[in-house]
Design a protein around this ligand. Structure first.
Ligand SMILES: [Zn+2]
Ligand SMILES: [Zn+2]
Length: 301
């Protein structure tokens, strides 16, 4: 089975600290490397994480505040240096093409890799193949800012002992999957008699927004929600002022959306004690993980 996990490459907000680099989140999934919001220093964070940046196949920029994009230029430089043979597809808020170009062409290097730009102007489905679909929603942060959701299709899984019991074998298995029912030796067999539906994995990334319905909709029943919680509830006036969230609000989104696992991130540099975030969120949503640089989270079974 191919690798499927989330690697936190950084979890600070605007100002990094000694312990927390600018945010960046790598989701390894179906032989792809999905990199979300490469903040400053992301290239080096890959080295500390002992992961080759060449695994990156898609880059998602939620918005163009520096802590979400300053690492873009150096990632491009590095991928060119490594002469990767696969293209890198980049998704970003379409109205900010100028900022994307500044970061892409801000320094001089030989561009020999293929960058495919996919500026996003409209919400909802932006990509789909047989492995996964990508959805985008505009969140509430004062400037265009996109939340993402990656969803794998549900899969039919056959129960071997039941296939044997009903004598379904060889090409009949494929036929049953396609036609949903089959007749063998005068016996009618339905697909659901011998199989079950395995729910596809899903992950939502909601970073830099005030609490909003779009975030809940994006996260609906997701296996993992990576969510910003810049502040603690005691500083919620700041969250309101700067269009961010508190740990409590992030936990409320997780609860409302009925996600499996919540990863809290994008912490303000003013906080040194992360336990307070854990306590505040877990009161509402117990299955909360506090992001730390280089922490890896597997998809829940
Ligand atoms: Zn930010
Ligand atoms: Zn921001």
């Amino acid at each position: 089975m191919s690798l499927k996990d989330v690697v936190i490459l950084g979890c600070s907000s605007q100002q990094p600290t000694r312990m927390r680099n600018h945010g960046a989140y790598l989701v390894r999934w179906n032989e792809e490397g999905l990199l979300f919001d490469p903040g400053e220093g992301t290239q080096r964070q890959f080295i500390f994480a002992n992961i080759s940046p060449t695994c990156v196949t898609r880059i998602f920029v939620s918005h163009f505040h520096g802590d979400h994009c300053l690492g873009l230029g150096s990632m491009f430089m590095r991928l060119n240096l490594d002469k990767i043979s696969h293209p890198v597809i980049c998704y970003y808020p379409g109205n900010y093409k100028k900022n994307f170009d500044c970061l892409r062409y801000g320094c001089i290097y030989h561009e020999n890799i293929k960058i495919i730009e996919k500026p996003v102007f409209k919400e909802n489905l932006i990509y789909q193949d047989e492995k996964f679909k990508i959805e985008a929603r505009f969140l509430k942060h004062g400037i265009d800012n996109i939340g993402w959701r990656i969803t794998e299709p549900d899969k039919i899984k056959f129960k071997k002992e039941l296939l044997k019991k009903y004598n379904v074998k060889g090409p009949n298995v494929k036929r049953l999957e396609k036609e949903k029912k089959i007749e063998i030796e005068g016996k009618k067999i339905k697909l659901e008699d011998v199989s079950y539906l395995k729910k596809g994995d899903s992950i939502a990334v909601v970073i830099d927004t005030k609490k909003c319905n779009e975030a809940v909709e994006l996260a609906k029943n997701a296996k993992i929600l990576i969510c910003e919680s810049t502040y603690l509830e005691k500083d919620k006036h700041l969250a309101l002022k700067y269009m961010h969230m508190t740990a409590k609000q992030a936990a409320e989104i997780a609860l409302e959306a009925q996600v499996d696992t919540l990863i809290l991130t994008h912490f303000s540099a003013r906080y040194l004690d992360m336990e307070a975030f854990e306590k505040e969120a877990k009161k509402i949503f117990p299955n909360t993980i506090i992001a730390e640089d280089f922490k890896r989270v597997n998809f829940p079974k």
